[in-house]
Design a protein around this ligand. Structure first.
Ligand SMILES: *Cc1c(COP(=O)(O)O)cnc(C)c1O
Length: 891
């Protein structure tokens, strides 16, 4: 690739050397007369003409006859400082109408970001052109969440232009770090599931797999968490208020999505229908380029947004009925306003269902439109497309594909079903019964009448096939039916996803075993063991080491000899040989201390609390949920506070100093979780202002947990807590991030903690608590016996009940859940070993030398937890796709 060209430059001439021979080029489709287009052809027909069929398809336009044009688009923008400066200034002056003299850091960020985006979009084009030319099979990762965080720094690192931009910005008086801080996180996710999706598209791009993410573009994200008087308060996250350089609107990629209406049966084919409805919304695509690291490949996340202009009622408006005129627009727009609208109400549930369908329908139409350009028969779809369902939220994609194939493409039921099941695969993320998605049949029938019919038929044929093999087993049929025969019938989405997919996977070894023994037990018997597999989660080494921990990354690069470890974590092995290198050990320790100092600054800025980087940093950051047991953590803190208060001042000086950090959002409708946040903040207020305690113990709740917050917090942890009740955390991914950053885990024998322990060795992890196979028995016992807190836990309860942290009544329900509610999450069972584990951590941390050894050894053994490994396994065992690098490697 030629690097000598300016792309967005008025002063640097084009290199036209390769494009001087004027080529005769036959356009793929006959040129259309512009006059006839303008005057005669209607908008819809025009679209049809340009698209060469296929509603809303991107369109087959006549190929370019100008080679200079093509060469221009193919030659990479030069990487020198002058070109960069030039393009930043171009954007500053022409995209943002500023002058260099009136440039603040906000505009410095925007102009720089747009100049980086130019490069990404160019590579985006080349990648997609290439993959389409070679007919590459593509993986489509469907997820209602993509927790991507910031993009600017990530893109600079991927393009290996960080130093260049730092230089150019430095010349005009800006620090790159400050400019990076101007970016707002893309608020498109909630927790681990959304971050997993983001890590996977990052790995697909970096490993050269043709892969796209599909999701929704939420105007207000989930919510922004504010802490007011200790309570969580939700505010809209207006992340799109300023220009977003990282998305590209595609007004030309729009699909109609229908709701409600009625069905007309095809007179010839009994199972074919026409679905007629007046409620039709347009879903419009926004593309977010995903840069691969060390490669020219750029992946994509395509997000749908409801387009509403067509719903504006001018007649009502002219009659003065302004609300009526815009009502249709509002009804459509709310579909892509908020992630996980509170579904405590019936309206909320319906909104959620329509949101999921908008997502699935637009995505499937888009995939089909792209496939149809190949001219191949629809039954060959699985040869060019694999669709992964990230949890059950996108399961409506299965009946939607069936509908398209049968009703629109004319396939027989059997052909359509075969094509569908070969295309889809499904990832299960939870065994919590309350998280199992179900939709009332009447609701589904009203909103999606055609899909309800298809689901009935899928179920009928499935049950018939089971009945043939297991005659007269009515219990079995009832258990596996996609339709649950409860008081109001419900559609079990996990079962639909399972039946409609060729592979089902869990996300850590223990979790994949558990789902085979619980929710999918009967399906394993019917469909065979081989369909149910494990794909242990992973995290991206680009974001979760190289970007968030520059000092440690420098040390690793030094040890490895180059940066190849960033795309190949097996290289971390060499760190093991450094474990006795005194100088290296010292630098390792210093890197951690520097990260702690950076977090201390962040804590001061976000909470006003002063903490000392010399203390042990003890961190639990994740969504607030009873199963994750932040309550047990804060009760442990209270017990520690109780002990400190009983000591003499002289005794206290011997205590290890500790900063306990919490962060995480509670779902807006999850009252208990929100009370836990209040308790944490109330304890923090009392402990932090207790002069007797001083720096011996500090408690911090960092508001509005996000990817960016995580990038500050994770590299600074000494110990992090992953303490879910055994068997409840499917995998966890922050546990991986923490260990990759040289932190040690204090955790239960659950999720990926187990595999991390296997890899890093028992010495490098602090396990405690009961085991997954013991949980049922304990729960059963506690249902009939009063739970008995040990002395330590009782001391913590007593302290709360004596109003130490404010009005005890506020917190009584939390205590009652343990003492009177059957202690479902087994706090009374695990608390004694939890306290012991903390003692072991303290003793170990006091041995600084051994601690550094643990830290280095852990990192050296973490290769398995790269999302590159995970994506490669999916590619080989589920998607059947291969890497297709566009150009040469750039590392
Ligand atoms: C990694 C990550 C999570 C997942 O954390 P778990 O502890 O695995 O639940 C959630 N939120 C953010 C912002 C993350 O980066």
């Amino acid at each position: 690739m030629d690097r000598d060209n300016g792309y967005f430059s008025s002063t640097i001439p084009l290199n036209t050397a390769k494009a001087t021979t004027p080529g005769v080029h036959e356009p793929d489709v006959p040129a259309v007369q512009p006059t006839s287009l303008k005057r005669v052809v209607s908008g819809a027909a025009l679209k049809e003409l340009l698209a060469g069929g296929g509603p809303g398809a991107q369109g087959k336009t006549p190929a370019c006859e100008d080679n200079e044009f093509r060469a221009y688009s193919h030659s990479e923008i030069a990487r020198d400082a002058a070109t960069i400066k030039n393009s930043v200034v171009m954007h500053l002056t022409t995209t943002f109408l500023r002058t260099p003299d009136s440039m603040d850091s906000g505009h410095a960020y925007l102009a720089s970001a747009f100049s980086v985006r130019d490069r990404l979009l160019q590579r985006w084009n080349l990648t997609n052109e290439y993959h389409s030319n070679i007919g590459a099979k593509t993986i489509y990762y469907m997820s209602l969440e993509f927790l991507v965080g910031r993009t600017f720094d990530n893109a600079l690192l991927a393009l290996q232009l960080r130093d260049e931009y730092a230089g150019v910005l430095g010349d005009v008086g800006f620090r790159l770090e400050d400019i990076i801080d101007e970016e707002r996180d893309a608020a498109l996710g909630n927790g681990g599931l959304g971050r997993l999706a983001a890590c996977y598209v990052d790995s697909m791009a970096s490993s050269n797999y043709p892969g796209w993410g599909y999701g929704l573009r939420y105007r207000y994200g989930m919510f922004q968490q504010q802490i007011i008087n200790g309570y969580q308060v939700e505010a809209p996250d207006c992340w799109l208020d300023s220009p977003n350089p990282w998305e590209f609107p595609r007004a030309d990629v729009t699909y109609p999505v229908k709701f409600y209406g009625h069905l007309v049966r095809d007179p010839e084919v009994s199972y074919r229908y026409k679905w007629e409805s007046n409620v039709v919304y347009d879903a419009m695509a926004f593309d977010m380029p995903v840069p691969g690291y060390g490669t020219e490949n750029v992946g994509n996340i395509r997000l749908w947004s409801c387009k509403t202009n067509g719903l504006f009622d001018l007649n009502k408006f002219n009659a003065g009925d302004y609300q009526g005129a815009t009502g249709g627009q509002v009804a459509a727009q709310i579909l892509t306003d908020v992630l996980y609208p509170n579904d405590n109400t019936n309206e909320g549930k319906e909104l959620r269902l329509r949101q999921e369908f908008l997502f699935c329908s637009a995505t499937l139409q888009d995939i089909i439109a792209r496939f149809k350009k190949t001219g191949k028969p629809m039954t060959q779809l699985p040869e060019l497309a694999a669709i992964q369902l990230n949890d059950t939220h996108p399961t409506l994609g299965i009946p939607e594909l069936m509908r398209i194939l049968i009703d629109e493409e004319g396939l027989s039921w059997d052909e359509a079903w075969d094509t569908t099941t070969k295309t889809f695969a499904f990832t299960n993320h939870t065994v919590l019964p309350e998280a199992m998605e179900k939709w009332p049949v009447p609701m589904m029938d009203k909103i999606l009448p055609r899909h309800m019919g298809i689901i009935y038929d899928i179920n009928l044929f499935f049950l018939q096939s089971v009945e043939e093999r297991f005659p007269k087993d009515r219990e079995l049929l009832r258990n596996i039916s996609i339709i649950e025969e409860s008081n109001s019938q419900q559609v079990r989405m996990a079962y639909l996803a399972c039946v409609g997919s060729h592979k089902v996977n869990g996300v850590a070894a223990i979790h994949s075993d558990i789902i085979k023994q619980t929710i999918f037990k009967d399906f394993v018997r019917i469909q065979g063991e081989d369909k149910f597999i494990n794909k242990t989660n992973g995290v991206s080494p680009r974001r979760w080491v190289n970007e968030c921990n520059p000092d440690m990354s420098r040390l690793i690069t030094e040890a490895v000899g180059d940066r190849s470890w960033i795309n190949d974590l097996t290289k971390l092995k060499v760190l093991e040989s450094k474990v006795d290198d005194k100088e290296f050990r010292q630098s390792w320790w210093e890197a951690k201390q520097k990260n702690k100092a950076r977090l201390a600054e962040y804590i001061l800025a976000t909470t006003g609390i002063n903490v000392s980087p010399d203390a042990l940093f003890d961190v639990q950051v994740k969504r607030i949920h009873e199963y994750k047991r932040q309550l047990m953590n804060i009760l442990g803190v209270i017990y520690r506070y109780h002990r400190l208060k009983q000591m003499s001042a002289a005794e206290r000086t011997k205590e290890l100093h500790r900063v306990v950090v919490f962060a995480g959002k509670a779902a807006a409708g999850y009252w208990v979780a929100k009370q836990v946040i209040k308790l944490i903040n109330s304890v923090a207020e009392v402990v932090n202002s207790d002069e007797e305690i001083g720096d011996v113990l500090k408690v911090v709740f960092i508001p509005d947990y996000s990817v960016t917050a995580a990038e500050y917090i994770i590299p600074a942890s000494d110990i992090s807590q992953h303490i879910s009740t055994a068997g409840t955390e499917a995998s966890g991914t922050s546990n991986m991030k923490f260990v990759l950053n040289g932190g040690i885990i204090l955790g239960t024998v659950d999720g990926a903690n187990i595999e991390i322990g296997e890899e890093v060795g028992e010495e490098q992890i602090f396990f405690f608590g009961c085991l997954a196979h013991e949980v049922d028995e304990f729960r059963h016992y506690l249902r009939f016996h009063q739970p008995k807190p040990d002395e330590a836990l009782q001391a913590a309860f007593d302290m709360i009940q004596s109003n130490t942290f404010g009005d005890a009544h506020i917190f009584q329900p939390l205590i009652d859940a343990v003492l009177c509610g059957g202690d479902v999450y087994l706090l009374t069972v695990d608390f004694p070993s939890y306290v012991e584990a903390h003692k072991a951590v303290e003793a170990a941390y006091r041995q600084h030398d051994d601690w550094v050894t643990k830290s280095i050894l852990s990192v050296s053994r973490m290769a398995k937890f790269s999302s590159d490994r995970a994506v490669q396994e999916y590619a080989e065992e589920i998607w059947n796709i291969e890497p297709a690098p566009v150009g040469k490697s750039t590392v």
